[in-house]
Ligand binder design. Structure first.
Ligand code: SAM
Ligand code: SF4
Ligand code: F3S
Length: 482
């Protein structure tokens, strides 16, 4: 027991260490003030919502250091690429971008170029950057994110390249500054890391072991967001269903949802992702009961074939997945269900890929995130024989897409004529339907109406649809939609 408590102490960054980082923030601010400089920083984030949330923390720290944020890397004094390693394509894009920065740095030799996020944590990547991208000044992985002020100060002071990419279990740093997007949506990480080691996936190698934030810290953050007017709050974790395992308090994710739900206000709570092996009836019963919890579930199944699921190390079967969905739907009629799928896992046959397509047909998802397998060096699957050509995988993938697109289009069609509650979250960029909004199930609805509706929950009548979106007007509007 004592040893486990000690482990927790090793995970939580102590307040003195965070105070030291604030000192570094202040030193950088003072350095620019002495030069009467008004530095600009550009943070470009790739990948998942967890990385977006990290990007908002980096921006928060930069603000504290006196930087103004810009979207234009050319004019920035500091460029940070906050990267994703989940598929090869994402990595290639980043290396392409890094190449471009040789030019911006030629124009502005004082410019600092930083690489952070999941790619930076890969030994193979940091080595390549060290050797072949000598204009990159600062490289740090997710484990060192909380030490960003210190690392940046080091880069300014020593004028040498700084690398902080050691392989670690990872940390929890509470109270880092944050620069959130304005609007109605916000992210809250409830845990970090992953222990699941699905055989295709790089995430456990770059994000460390599962660490749950204390429930008190999560509750305080959600309360603050609700009070600040955020209305659509997504709780994040690679597998929120294992939230609390490391806290040893007998407190799980359902308990957290239940407590959050008691926070007064008009808001929705969503969460992602849920691993089917750890999804419980208790979770679904809690979702059904909690007024603020959206009746929407992202439950990635990855493959509809048991042999492939075993090779992927997913630890559930097709039948178990079907049973989970059936229970969730029984307690939440109208549940919006989405999932992630991989086609072309090493050794997958056409018949096995078609098992995935048939599961999609059988369940009828509201939306799917579909991927063709991408080998990630260092993972177990990357060592497996992979005899099927990319072209053949693409044919299977297209079949899957055709099934899902037909399903999405017919689901959307069935909404036409109905009245729904939506949250208007911004402008759509479409002059005919200038507002963008989301249903409780997170479905996109483009709306006629004026900007005063932004940030409001409102009733809308659905007047049209296609595969990707619904179209509508405020239900009490006097103007018919053509
Ligand atoms: N932790 C989440 C879960 O297990 O549900 C998923 C996180 S991962 C960032 C998002 C999705 O990327 C996965 O669900 C999987 O479908 C896909 N993915 C991960 N590794 C992949 C790979 N090597 N090739 C293709 N897709 C991959
Ligand atoms: Fe990757 Fe699996 Fe962890 Fe999700 S649960 S992040 S797919 S290893
Ligand atoms: Fe997310 Fe990509 Fe890292 S999906 S956890 S940013 S590898």
């Amino acid at each position: 027991m004592e040893e486990q408590l000690l482990e927790r102490a090793n995970v939580l960054v102590p307040p003195e260490a965070l105070a030291r980082q604030r000192d570094f923030q202040e030193k950088i601010r003072a350095m620019f003030a002495a030069r009467e400089a008004h530095p600009l920083a550009c943070v470009d984030t790739f990948g998942c919502q967890q990385n977006e949330a990290d990007g908002q923390r980096l921006k928060g720290m930069l603000r504290e250091m006196g930087f103004t944020l810009t979207a234009e890397p050319r004019e920035a004094d500091l460029v940070l690429l906050n990267t994703c390693a989940v598929r090869e394509h994402a990595e290639q894009r980043v290396f392409g971008n890094l190449g471009i920065f040789t030019h911006t740095k030629k124009e502005n030799p004082e410019q600092i170029i930083g690489l952070c996020g999941c790619m930076a944590q890969e030994e193979r990547v940091s080595r390549r950057v060290r050797e072949s991208y000598r204009h990159v000044d600062l490289v740090f992985g997710p484990h060192a994110l909380w030490r960003f002020p210190e690392l940046l100060w080091q880069a300014y002071e020593t004028k040498k390249r700084v690398f902080s990419v050691e392989d670690q279990h990872g940390f929890i740093a509470e109270g880092l500054p944050v620069e959130r997007d304005r609007g109605v949506r916000a992210w809250v990480s409830v845990m970090y890391g992953c222990n699941n080691f699905c055989s295709y996936c790089i995430v456990p190698y770059v994000r460390g072991r599962e660490r749950s934030r204390d429930p008190e810290a999560v509750l305080a953050e959600v309360r603050e967001l609700v009070e600040a007017g955020y209305k659509d709050i997504t709780l994040l974790g690679q597998n929120v269903n294992s939230y609390g395992n490391d806290l040893e308090r007998g407190y799980d994710f359902s308990d957290l949802l239940e407590e959050i739900d008691r926070i007064p206000g008009e808001y929705l709570i969503r969460f992602m992702s849920s691993h089917p092996k750890d999804a419980t009836k208790k979770l679904f019963d809690t979702m059904a009961r909690c007024r603020h919890v959206a009746k929407q579930l992202h439950l990635p199944f990855q493959s509809g074939n048991d042999r492939v699921l075993r090779e992927m190390n997913r630890r559930y079967t097709r039948q178990q997945y079907l049973e989970l969905v059936s229970y969730a739907r029984s307690v939440m009629p109208g549940l919006v269900l989405t999932s992630d799928v991989i086609i072309g896992f090493p050794g997958e046959t056409e018949a096995e890929a078609m098992d995935t397509v048939s599961l999609v047909e059988e369940i009828g998802f509201d939306a799917l995130f579909t991927f063709i397998y991408s080998p990630r060096p260092g993972t177990r699957a990357a060592e497996m024989p992979d005899p099927v050509s990319r072209a053949e995988k693409q044919v299977w993938f297209d079949k899957l897409l055709a099934v899902q697109n037909a399903r999405s289009a017919s689901l959307h069609e069935a909404y036409v004529g109905k009245t729904l509650k939506v949250l208007v979250d911004g402008e759509s960029g479409d002059p005919a339907f200038p507002l963008s909004s989301r249903t409780e199930g997170n479905r996109l609805v483009r709306l006629k109406g004026d900007n005063s509706l932004i940030g409001q929950f409102t009733q809308v009548r659905i007047t049209g649809s296609n595969t990707w979106a619904l179209y509508g007007e405020a239900a009490d509007s006097a103007h018919p939609v053509l």
